[in-house]
Design a protein around this ligand. Structure first.
Ligand code: C5P
Length: 225
């Protein structure tokens, strides 16, 4: 039964490195991976392409249920929506911002729930997002919540985008990160908060490998890779 597959959740705001760490952990354990933020981003991008506005909740939900989306399992790998490769546009800052606007709508969150549960397959799932440990997989065996100061997260994102050749302004990036944090943390449904039983990892002064090593200290005694 898919429901028996163990789940490890990694939640937190953007720029904490959770996507990279989630992929490292999934690869290490040989488990499946769910990048739930990508689902919200795909709905944001796909719905916009269809002329569906942020306020048309019923149409957004229908779109979210019917869209044919597939992901490669690599970190930042290809994303195909209804036959079209859309990973570059999905990973743009604007798509993340639009995703966080539509993600405030409870019916849309509900419409994406089953799709997220479908990723739960043996031998296990590493799920990355905002509400993985609180709402989507409350029975996860480990719930990690990664944090870092907004300044450090903006700096990381700045370097990432620069490396991709994208021209960005650090001050604007910091402003956007804070705005997105506020929106994600203050929404009434599934806000960005750690689960009561979450293990909080402050990544401000850690690199990705150090964060990964910290997670393994928890995971290894329980799960043998
Ligand atoms: O993680 P990522 O930056 O790709 O997520 C984009 C946006 O999607 C987030 O800012 C958040 O508003 C929304 N999201 C969410 N719940 C999740 C994952 C992402 O609301 N589980």
């Amino acid at each position: 039964m898919p429901a028996d597959a163990p789940v490890i959740t990694i939640d937190g705001p953007s720029g904490t490195g959770k996507g990279t760490v989630a992929h490292l952990l999934a690869q290490h354990l040989g488990w499946h991976i769910l990048d739930s933020g990508a689902l919200y981003r795909i709905v944001a991008v796909g719905a916009q392409q269809q002329g569906i506005s942020d306020q048309e909740t019923a149409r957004l939900c229908q779109y979210a249920k019917e869209m044919q989306a597939s992901f490669s399992t690599e970190f930042e790998g290809s994303i195909v929506l209804n036959g079209e490769e859309i990973s570059a546009i999905v990973r743009k800052e604007q798509s993340g911002d639009r995703a966080s606007v539509i993600a405030t709508q409870p019916p849309l969150r509900a419409a994406l729930l089953q799709r997220q549960h479908d990723f739960r397959q043996l031998p296990g799932l590493v799920a990355d997002g905002r509400d993985m440990g609180t709402v989507v997989f409350p029975d996860a065996i480990f719930k990690f919540f990664l944090t870092a100061s907004p300044e450090v997260r903006a700096e990381r994102r700045y370097k990432q985008l620069k490396n991709k050749g994208v021209n960005v302004n650090l001050t604007l990036l910091l402003h956007d990160i804070k705005a997105r944090d506020d929106r994600d943390s203050s929404r009434t449904v599934a806000p960005l908060v750690p689960a009561k039983d979450a293990i909080i990892v402050d990544t401000t002064s850690l690199n990705v490998n150090e964060v990964f090593a910290k997670l393994l200290q928890w995971v290894h005694p329980v799960i043998k890779a």
